[in-house]
Design a protein around this ligand. Structure first.
Ligand code: HEM
Length: 197
């Protein structure tokens, strides 16, 4: 069965609902004081992990759509990508607000001093650029350079999985699994490029 525009419409509604549900769930955890002994840390982790999962999903769309010959699925990438930016930005804002009390100088000095934060900041900056340039008008204006810029998403995912790995003090299994998933997605991409050439 080939997905039609109608299927795409319902799929997009499902995507919106999934992200809205995640937000409500997080709100509930906060409201009911269910985030444990260090709620700010837990909140930062929840937001960072959601952004990472969402970015992996964005990158998985292309191989899935190719493998199952469903080109219409490609049209969900922008939506999932923008939600990724939303969660990543909340992650950065919670850190800036609750750990640094909006002190911008301290923010930049922390990002400069702690290499895992430097990687996270570069990745976030890439996500900012990708989100701004996903606007139809800007995309058209950029022509071919749009594709070049959007390939930076692969650099962003590499930086983020390292940011995660580096940030944990114990329990390296989960971040290692994320690195493996990231490498798998990158190898899919490489295999496709070779096939095309
Ligand atoms: C300026 C940019 C960023 C800053 C300042 C930042 C800050 C942080 C901090 C403070 C932690 C917690 C470290 C700890 O527990 O000691 C963290 C963890 C994490 N961050 Fe970021 N981050 C940034 C960008 C990003 C981006 C763009 C993503 C994903 C799209 C991301 C995903 C994660 C993940 C997955 C974790 C680990 C969560 C866990 O341990 O469960 N971060 N980050």
């Amino acid at each position: 069965m080939k997905f039609s525009k109608k299927h795409l419409f319902f799929l997009k509604i499902l995507i919106h609902l999934a992200y809205i549900f995640t937000f409500i769930y997080l709100w509930y955890l906060l409201d009911q004081d269910l985030l444990g002994g260090d709620p700010i840390k837990e909140l930062t982790h929840f937001l960072g992990k959601t952004a990472l999962n969402s970015l992996l999903l964005t990158l998985a769309v292309t191989p899935i759509s190719r493998r199952f010959k469903q080109p219409v699925l490609m049209q969900t990438r922008r939506l999932i990508g923008l939600y990724t930016f939303f969660w990543a930005t909340l992650h950065v804002l919670v850190f800036a607000r609750f750990e640094l009390s909006w002190d911008l100088t301290l923010f930049f000095s922390e990002v400069y001093k702690r290499p895992y934060l430097t990687l996270g900041a570069i990745a976030w900056f890439i996500l900012v650029l990708l989100s701004i340039t996903s606007i139809g008008y800007i995309r058209k204006k950029m022509k071919k350079s749009w594709l070049t810029l959007h390939r930076f998403v692969y650099l962003a995912i590499i930086l983020i999985v390292i940011h995660y790995f580096w940030s944990v003090k114990s329990g390296l299994i989960e971040p290692s699994i994320y690195i493996a998933i990231c490498l798998l997605l990158l190898s899919e991409r490489r295999a496709f490029c070779k096939f095309k050439n």
